[in-house]
Design a protein around this ligand. Structure first.
Ligand code: FAQ
Length: 311
């Protein structure tokens, strides 16, 4: 019976045995994974856009090379994640279609503009920092292909974070104008970075089930707290100020207390009303259309090679 199958499935999860593509799984587990992995994949490739904006304007050849490599890595992360989602029986075309039509979600963070070079530092330091905090737990997620993809992604992501921190450090130790740029970027990216972890646990619709299935290993609030705790000393080291007047070390809890997130802003961005949502979708659709010939050529090449191998 279905109850039997479900009980066996949960026992496997409880015993820390990975679920693999051909294993039986509850339909809701499959659906949740497709939702989360595809949103994650979309975030990676939409995330290329705000940074791609600065490749041609990076202040030196060294900076340009590092940024180019980082943006390319993100394209790669998208590919591993789309592949992982495909093992659950959904097609890449369908996922692209949903993204391009504005039907699929991707991380709220990528709907904010990158106004100055200092934003590239802040994105690496804060956005990649938040991404790693969330993704390290996903290397232990219960679905095998997702967990394995996350291992490599996390290694690359930690290079990205350091790249951003180093840009911010150079600015923070530079001229007064440069320091001001770094501070301004921190002011604009801090709160949106905290929003990346999603709604509070009490209002998170999927958390309880995802934790029971060990898709998620830590809750949204737990991860957000860990990010704040890790990042405050980094800002102090740089001599920059985190834009939160309620931020304060709490000796009793052994954590930083911090202010309330503007949840209205969060949901507005998630629902498509952020500063750059329209622009991101427009750019994504344009890139998809203009890249059609590349996909066709790659398919033709793969077909030719397959035929040669048969012959
Ligand atoms: N933005 O019940 P929950 C990166 C949605 S890192 C937009 O808590 P869940 C690397 C959520 O989907 C960024 N939507 O959901 C990079 C759900 O909507 P639905 C990507 C959000 O899944 C760095 C609803 O709210 N990382 O790309 C957000 O249990 C630099 C209720 O929320 C990942 O995706 C948000 N911030 O927990 C690239 C990590 N938060 O589906 C380039 C994997 C929540 O019911 C440059 N994902 N929502 O319509 C996760 O760990 C989880 O999905 C969470 C949300 C933690 C994001």
């Amino acid at each position: 019976t279905i109850e039997n199958l479900e009980a066996k499935f949960q026992a496997k999860i409880d015993a820390e045995i990975k679920i693999e593509p051909k294993d039986w799984m509850p339909e809701k587990y499959r659906k949740t994974l497709v939702r989360q992995i595809s949103q994650h994949a979309h975030s990676e490739i939409i995330g290329m856009l705000p940074e791609g904006n600065w490749i041609s304007r990076a202040p030196s050849l060294r900076r340009k090379m590092a940024l180019l490599a980082k943006v390319q890595d993100e394209g790669g992360h998208g590919l591993y994640l789309y592949s992982a989602a495909e093992t659950l029986g959904t097609s890449r075309e369908q996922m692209f279609e949903d993204l391009n039509a504005g039907k699929a979600k991707y991380s709220s963070i990528f709907n904010y503009p990158t106004l100055t070079w200092a934003d590239i530092g802040a994105v690496g330091w804060l956005v990649d920092g938040a991404a790693i905090m969330n993704q390290v737990m996903l290397t232990r997620t219960s679905y095998g292909p997702y967990a394995r993809a996350m291992v490599r992604i996390c290694k690359e992501e930690s290079f990205h974070q350091r790249q951003g921190y180093e840009i911010t450090m150079a600015l923070a130790q530079g001229s007064p104008e440069q320091k001001e740029m770094a501070q301004d970027a921190l002011n604009r990216w801090w709160w949106p970075s905290l929003m990346m972890f999603g709604p509070n646990d009490a209002t998170s619709t999927h958390s309880a089930q995802s934790m029971a299935w060990k898709i998620k290993r830590k809750s949204n609030d737990e991860l957000r707290q860990a990010f704040v705790d890790a990042t405050v000393p980094q800002a102090e080291f740089l001599g920059l100020t985190i834009p939160d007047k309620d931020l304060k070390w709490n000796e009793e809890r052994g954590h930083y207390d911090f202010g309330e997130i503007d949840w209205e802003e969060f949901w507005q961005v998630v629902k498509g009303g952020g500063p750059c949502n329209k622009q991101r979708l427009r750019d994504r659709n344009k890139a998809y259309k203009e890249g059609a010939w590349v996909r066709e050529a790659a398919m033709a090449h793969a077909k030719k090679r397959a035929e040669k191998r048969k012959a």
